[in-house]
Unconditional design. Structure first.
Length: 583
């Protein structure tokens, strides 16, 4: 929108005796109009100098402005919104400290290939560049550059349209990621002719153009897949992001190839699908002869494609990815398939007809045998009801709840809480699970939960380790303020990993130990939400059922056996000390 300002034109001709009403717009409105023109309707941020008025104006212009208590969580919300919607999530911060607080989220989004734009207000260039000591002085553009896909600064109101367009296109095209946009304080108040301003804005056409794979690369991949005796498909969060759900399912079902979902690809096909090899994960990774990666990288989460995890059997890889430089990053890729996942999968489907031979029965039979054995072992563990409650008995409640509400969003972070939830709680629909991602980062919980609630309108369940929750816990106020349907379950075992460490010298408690028997539920009550203290699966179930039914912000303090939990969960081996002890 533009503002009608009754000002005389700056350079009015001498003979012009009438003061004309001239329509002007300003930097504030041009940014808002540029975002709206590109169908961006939500901003996650935290007001302060120089963007306070901007947040007010954006709200007045009909945008949803979700204000957080710390920029990192606003940034995490923007990143998750980007992953869920395939539109860049917007995080808005103040200068220097606010910008730095948002930077972790920007770097994390880039690492995870989530599209987001961090927009930060900044101090005046003239003063920053001469280092004359401005309010919150910092060369933000230079600092952001190595941590994101692209970084831009806009100095003139007439360039705002281009700046926003470049940011959107950079975030969405090719491999998605984070973009930084630097808007100095002076820019917001600059005015220009409203009509010229309108014409300076750009509606980005086809921001994430399809990238069609080369036909010979499709042939190569199909030939390798056809010749496989023990094929496996590995789905990553790139496949979830691509929103090619029906074709991915068709590819798996038509070929009959067993598949493994990475954690955020869970639910692309229901985890209960007959072809899911998740319950036989170690076996299939070690024994497969041809592995097709669909939007998944061979990084640490997949042991870099080599070593014990992958067994002694020689393997050949097919890799579908939009980023050509991802290929051969860890091991040789026999059949790279470069393009967007939708186009690549549909090209593969074109080569699979009714004569396609399903994988050999001995491969499928061996997987089924291990799967059934592991599933019944798991069922027996889940059926136990120990006192105090442990991860399994508590997660059995969550597992049943998600089965009943497959459209609910699940946010998950922690160490043991993450590992156990990932393996125990089945997902049934695509993009319902948001977690610690490529870095295994702690602190995404409340930001992701807010984004999940705001962008989907569905109930959100956040399963949090007590340590992980601490990183973003103050955002329970945000959740109450916007009355979001979020049910947080804090698995409270009194510490990081567990609560039983002892300082051998006495004095301070051990570094991994928290206040014993803390009541996280009271934090939620402090802001008007529902807080429940649960010590049994029955109490946990009653509280979660109630939270889903009421949609009220809820925090359940789920008391877990403080001896439950292992050091760093399943990645103990990454601790230098424990690796040395093992030798
Ligand atoms: P996971 O952690 O689930 O294994 P990663 O984040 O490691 O997944 O891998 C995701 C991969 O998906 C990245 O290499 C990224 O380039 C790729 N990717 C993201 N979006 C698309 C897309 N639309 N088409 C093709 N590849 C994509």
């Amino acid at each position: 929108m533009s503002a009608v300002l009754n000002t005389p034109p700056a350079a009015a001709p001498a003979n012009d005796t009438v003061t004309q009403a001239r329509e002007l717009t300003d930097g504030f409105h041009l940014v808002i109009d540029a975002l709206k023109l590109n169908d961006i309707d939500t901003i996650f941020g935290l007001p302060g100098i120089p963007i306070t008025d901007f947040t007010r104006m954006a709200q007045a212009e009909g945008m949803r402005v979700i204000s957080f208590r710390h920029e990192q969580h606003a940034g995490n919300a923007a990143a998750a919104a980007g992953f869920l919607t395939r539109k860049p999530g917007i995080c808005l911060t103040v200068s220097a400290p606010g910008f730095l607080n948002g930077l972790t989220a920007l770097a994390n989004a880039t690492t995870n290939c989530f599209p987001m734009i961090l927009i930060s207000g900044s101090s005046e260039r003239e003063i920053v560049d001469l280092q004359q000591g401005d309010y919150e002085e910092m060369d933000q553009l230079a600092i952001a550059k190595p941590l994101c896909k692209a970084a831009f600064r806009v100095l003139h109101a007439q360039d705002i349209g281009v700046g926003i367009a470049r940011a959107i296109r950079s975030a969405l095209s090719g491999r998605p990621g984070g973009v930084y946009l630097d808007l100095p304080a002076k820019l917001f108040a600059q005015t220009m002719d409203a009509e010229a301003g309108k014409h300076s804005l750009i509606k980005v056409v086809d921001p994430a153009p399809r990238q069609i794979p080369a036909p010979d690369s499709v042939e190569r991949a199909l030939a390798l897949l056809k010749g496989a005796k023990r094929p496996l498909i590995l789905l990553g969060k790139g496949a979830a992001y691509a929103q090619a759900d029906a074709d991915i399912r068709a590819l798996i079902e038509k070929t009959g190839i067993p598949y493994l979902p990475m954690s955020m690809a869970k639910g692309l096909l229901p985890d209960t699908h007959a072809q899911s090899a998740a319950p036989a994960r170690s076996y299939v990774l070690a024994e497969a002869d041809v592995v097709m990666l669909v939007g998944a990288r061979l990084n640490w989460l997949l042991s870099h494609g080599k070593g014990k995890t992958w067994g002694a059997r020689p393997k050949q890889f097919i890799q579908i990815d939009i980023a050509p430089t991802e290929i051969d990053s860890n091991v040789a890729i026999a059949a790279p398939l470069i393009g967007d996942i939708g186009s690549c999968v549909s090209a593969l489907l074109g080569g699979i007809d009714s004569n396609w031979a399903r994988p050999p029965a001995d491969w499928l039979g061996a997987i089924a045998e291990r799967r059934d054995k592991n599933l019944s072992k798991m069922a027996a563990t889940l059926a136990q009801n120990p006192s105090p409650m442990n991860f399994h008995s508590a997660l059995n409640v969550v597992r049943e709840l998600v089965k009943k509400h497959p459209d609910a969003m699940l946010v998950n972070e922690g160490a043991n809480t993450l590992d156990f939830t990932r393996s125990i709680v089945d997902m049934y629909e695509p993009r319902k699970r948001l977690d610690v991602g490529t870095w295994g980062i702690m602190g995404i919980g409340m930001g992701f939960a807010v984004a999940a609630a705001v962008t989907t309108g569905k109930p959100v369940i956040a399963i949090e380790g007590d340590s992980a929750f601490g990183f973003s816990g103050m955002e329970v106020e945000t959740i109450c303020r916007y009355n979001l349907p979020i049910c947080i379950v804090v698995f409270n075992n009194n510490g990081v990993y567990k609560g039983t460490d002892v300082n051998p010298r006495g004095g301070d408690v051990a570094p991994t130990v928290f206040v014993k028997n803390a009541r996280y539920d009271l934090m939620m009550q402090a802001f008007g939400g529902v807080g429940v203290h649960a010590t049994t699966p029955a109490e946990l179930k009653a509280a979660m059922d109630e939270a889903i039914a009421s949609g009220k912000p809820t925090l359940i303090n789920a008391v877990i056996d403080e001896t439950a939990g292992t050091e760093s969960g399943r990645i103990t081996s990454l601790n230098p000390q424990s690796a040395a002890t093992k030798k």
